[in-house]
Every structure is written in structure tokens, then in C-alpha cells.
Design a binder for this molecule. Sequence first.
Ligand SMILES: CC(C)(COP(=O)(O)OP(=O)(O)OC[C@H]1O[C@@H](n2cnc3c(N)ncnc32)[C@H](O)[C@@H]1OP(=O)(O)O)[C@@H](O)C(=O)NCCC(=O)NCCS
Length: 271
Amino acid sequence: MSVRTLISKGGDEGVRIRGYKLVDLMEGSSFAAAVHLLLMGELPGRAEARLLDAILVSAVDHGINAPSIHIARAQASCGVPLSTAVAAGVASIGTHHGGAGEACARILQEALAARSDPAGQGIGDTAKKIAEEHLSAVKNIPGFGHRVYKTSDPRTDALLGLAKDLGLLGDHCRLALGIVDEIERIKGRRLVLNVDGAQAAILSDMGYRWPKVACLFVIGRTAGLCAHVAEELESGRPLGYLKETAAEEDYQGSPDRSLCGEGRASTGTKA
Ligand SMILES: CC(C)(COP(=O)(O)OP(=O)(O)OC[C@H]1O[C@@H](n2cnc3c(N)ncnc32)[C@H](O)[C@@H]1OP(=O)(O)O)[C@@H](O)C(=O)NCCC(=O)NCCS
């Protein structure tokens, strides 16, 4: 069987990633730069590697109530191996948790790609169109708004500040900030560009196609998941996390009933 891949090759002389010896990367590349090499095929420049590093750090943790952290700790509390609990946390990343970046990147990228046609619009017009289309359909725009951060998301401020300082603030970032202004104009209320939206805009400016944007969140968050799962396992309290976070039961189902007496015929069992 032959499997075609552009990413890596093994062999007697040691692994090569995209043509570079792994041992050389161990000496001369940061983790963030190696991630970029794996995903994009080339090593990033120094500024890009610095910004990618910040993006990875921004994703590592968001407290025990972040769904992936909560789910991983709950799994660990059941006594499964570390890798299983970490995998459960990663597996919870989806549309409603950690998925807004990919969805936001898709909107930004498709909008800017469409703008390059002869009838293309300026960034302000593109931002206006995106905001109006979503708000008139009562659809939340992924990457905007936050349950807790109402005036600014500190992670976004840090990432965009760094991107600006490094000269890496491009059209996707400008479009995302334009959408913030347009939402405020239409709703009379400012929503933040959240960290998922900031990551999406910056990665889009760095050339990441939208399906790969989630990779950075998954890679960054896995570090936090490992720490939380290891802590839970080390605590040595079986089911302890589940007990501590137990929800109050609000049963709204059928009233109590019994197999004996009136309900018996409906069970389908023979008398
Ligand atoms: C994160 C989120 C669920 C927070 O919801 P929330 O706490 O209910 O938001 P707010 O109370 O601040 O919403 C205020 C108003 O802005 C609207 N709004 C919130 N987020 C919006 C968005 N992304 N796009 C458009 N309108 C939005 C709400 O519908 C609400 O409108 P109303 O006053 O007419 O009812 C929401 O902003 C959202 O769905 N964002 C998109 C998904 C996303 O990026 N998730 C990642 C979060 S890190």
C-alpha cells in the first residue's frame, strides 16, 4: 500500500518534516514555528512565529467552566487514562465551543475573496454587508460578542496589539474591526471581537484557509487539558469532580409509576 503525504517521511536517517530534519527543527525552531511548518508547509518568519505563539497561548485555558476543560476533568474523575480524558475534552470542541474561529474565518475569507471581483467593494462596505445580512436574519455572527466580556476581550486586545506592533495587521483584521463598528451602528450597542474572532482574523491574514483555523485552538487547548486532567488524576478522589459539579435535578418527566397494576398492559410483557 502506498500513502501519499506532503507532510513528513520517516526512515533510517530520521524523520523529516516538510523536508527539514526533525533534529534540526529541535535545535533551530520554536514549537509555534514547527506547527506552522506542519500545517502550512513552510517555516514562518520571526514575526509570524511570535504571533502564532501568542495565539497558541491565548487558547490554552479559560477556567474549569470552559466546556472542554469541564468535560475532560469529569472524564478524568471517572478514572479513565490521561489520554482518554484529554481526548474527551478535545472531542467536545465543536460549533458551540471553540468552533467560532473557523466559522468567522470562513465569513471573512469568503467576503474578501468575493471583493476582488470587478464590482468589488471597500472593506467598510463589506463589513456593512456582513453585519446587515446577519442581523436582519437574526443570526449571531461567529467571533463577535461574549457572555462575560462586554466591553473588551483582553485576549483580543493583546493579540491585535501584538499583530499591529509586528506589522501583521491585515485586511481580515480590518474587516473584523469594521464589523464591530457596523454591529454598533445597527444595534446601538457595541459587541466585542472575541478571541475566536481575533484568532480567525489574524490567521486569515497569515494565509490560513478557514478549515485549518480550528487546528490552532485544538493544539493550544490540549496543553491546558493535559494540565487539568493530570491535576484531577493526581487528586486521587474518585468521581470527586463530578460530585463537586453535580447539577440540581429538575425532573419534568412522567410521574412515578409501577409495572404492577394499571400500567402493566402497556409494557408489552405477557401476563
Ligand atoms: C457568545 C454569545 C453566545 C454571548 O451571548 P450573550 O451573552 O447573550 O450576548 P449579549 O447579551 O451581549 O447580546 C446582546 C445583544 O447582541 C446580540 N448579539 C450577541 N452576539 C452577537 C453576534 N455575534 N452577532 C450579532 N448579534 C449578537 C444579541 O442577540 C443581543 O441582541 P438583543 O439585545 O437584540 O437581544 C454570543 O455573543 C454569540 O453567539 N456569539 C457568536 C458565537 C461566538 O463567537 N462564540 C464564541 C464566544 S468566545
